[in-house]
Ligand binder design. Structure first.
Ligand SMILES: [Fe+2]
Length: 465
């Protein structure tokens, strides 16, 4: 690896973030992994994240923060959990034991504690611990990133914004990765509806680092949430070369691009993105973000009347192994969309029953706690909708619409459920539901004016009168 560009033991110490290892190589690899995590990009010259993880364990097998980083990344990836994966459970246990036997800094001990809490699904307490670290070490980027991800999975939008706002003044331009703070802050701003400020901050970030795919992504969200469809298309196309190299986020940015096409009713263009990017990438990466985006895009197209049955069947091969995951409700709901879309009723029922079972004894697991009041009825609503019991789907979803945020994800991602509620209401035979559907469309137009998709829904609502 490039010995010059990453921080060694002394450099970390000088920044007030000492790492308990005597291996300069391990310290530099820690930096290289963190850098790739922040950039959403596997850097080939250092072997990508996976290569660095192998190398860091070889450089110093007892480097606790190396284990915290590798196991933590696996956990925030949400593709597996302790309940399902004995290897992961052992990795967490080994890290905790290793930490207990070593003379670590308080900051490192807190990192171990937060990672352990997160591994048990206790996202709120894990976030509290990462925030404790940030009070004393506001430039601890690993704590900030893990907290950011954890908030995202809880739909903790305000926390996601304020967590970054609190530490921003401590970041000076000369500090490595400081320019990436802009994109992170922008995301919290837009999720709390400060769209103008979010766009401004993200654009500032892109002036500093044009290839910050997360800042590009923030701008994509701003144009999505304000229905500036043509602006969004032009922006994504103009920046494609910059963000495409961020392999861990590229698929998601293509998904945002496809949403603009759906807005415009250009379904073939959206399908082309699904075929050429989303589906291929999710098969190769196995990343949860890539998989849920593919599911979401098909469901959105289907609601628009596009036939995607065959594509659902192909995608099912990717989602099926995750039927029993129940790591996050957001993921589960997207797996269910695909199994229902592919008419795979066995897997659909199995997913719902598994979640219902976990909801009975959630313990400290945030997602399983939220499953009872929100996740399970949302799954049931999808199943009722699929069975054309639109009235039941409305009755399940309508009371939850202001609480759905708790399943995590972004406003733009969760919009699929808001759209589904409107479709269910308009398709229901109940006149009351149909009027409700129209009210929801009016409300949608007020919050996000000039959306072609909303206009199409309005025409359907008017036709029912
Ligand atoms: Fe997004």
């Amino acid at each position: 690896m490039d010995a010059l560009s990453y921080r060694d033991c002394e450099a970390w110490r000088a920044e007030g973030l000492p790492l308990s290892t005597s291996s300069n190589e391990a310290c530099k690899l820690y930096d290289a992994i963190l850098t790739q995590y922040v950039k959403w990009r596997n850097i080939d010259s250092v072997g990508g994240i996976e290569g660095c993880i192998t190398a860091i364990k070889a450089a110093d097998p007892d480097f606790v923060m190396g284990h915290v980083l590798s196991t933590g990344l696996e956990l925030v990836g949400t593709a597996t959990s302790l309940r399902l994966d004995q290897r992961l459970a052992s990795a967490v246990k080994r890290t905790v034991e290793m930490a207990a036997s070593q003379n670590l800094t308080t900051r490192e001990r807190l990192h171990v504690k937060a990672m352990e809490l997160f591994s048990h699904g206790n996202f709120p307490k894990a976030s509290d611990v990462w925030e404790d670290i940030l009070v004393d070490h506001p430039t601890d980027l690993l704590a900030l990133k893990f907290a950011h991800d954890s908030y995202f999975y809880m739909g903790a939008q305000t926390q996601m914004r304020d967590s970054v706002a609190r530490v921003l003044p401590y970041w000076k331009p000369h500090m490595p990765l400081s320019s990436y703070m802009k994109g992170m802050y922008s995301f919290g701003l837009l999720e709390t509806r400060f769209y103008d400020q979010a766009e401004k901050v993200a654009m500032e970030g892109l002036t500093l680092v044009p290839d910050d795919a997360w800042a590009v992504h923030s701008v994509a969200h701003v144009y999505e949430m304000t229905a500036k469809v043509d602006k969004g298309l032009k922006f994504m196309e103009g920046k494609e070369k910059d963000w495409q190299v961020s392999d861990m986020l590229a698929s998601h940015n293509y998904w945002h691009w496809a949403l603009y096409y759906i807005e415009k009713g250009q379904y073939e263009a959206a399908l082309q993105i699904f075929d050429s990017q989303l589906f291929k990438r999710c098969k190769t990466s196995g990343s949860m973000l890539d998989i849920v985006d593919a599911s979401s895009l098909l469901t959105r197209l289907e609601m628009e009347g596009v036939s995607v049955k065959e594509r659902y069947r192909e995608l099912l091969q990717v989602t099926l192994p995750h039927t029993d995951d129940h790591v996050t409700l957001f993921n589960d709901l997207h797996f269910l969309m695909t199994s229902l879309g592919a008419s795979e009723m066995g897997a659909s029922r199995r997913l719902l029953e598994g979640l219902q079972e976990l909801a009975k004894n959630p313990g400290d697991n945030y997602q399983h706690k939220v499953a009872g009041p929100i996740g399970v009825p949302m799954c049931q609503a999808l199943m009722e909708y699929n069975d054309r019991h639109y009235d039941k789907a409305v009755e399940l979803l309508y009371p939850l619409r202001y609480n759905m945020v708790q399943i995590g994800g972004s406003d733009a991602q969760r919009d699929v459920f808001q759209q589904l509620l409107i479709h269910a209401a308009l398709k229901s035979e109940s006149k009351h539901h149909q009027r409700l559907g129209r009210c929801l469309v009016v409300e949608r137009e007020a919050a996000r004016p000039n959306s072609p998709l909303t206009n199409r829904l309005m025409q359907r609502a008017m036709a029912l009168q």
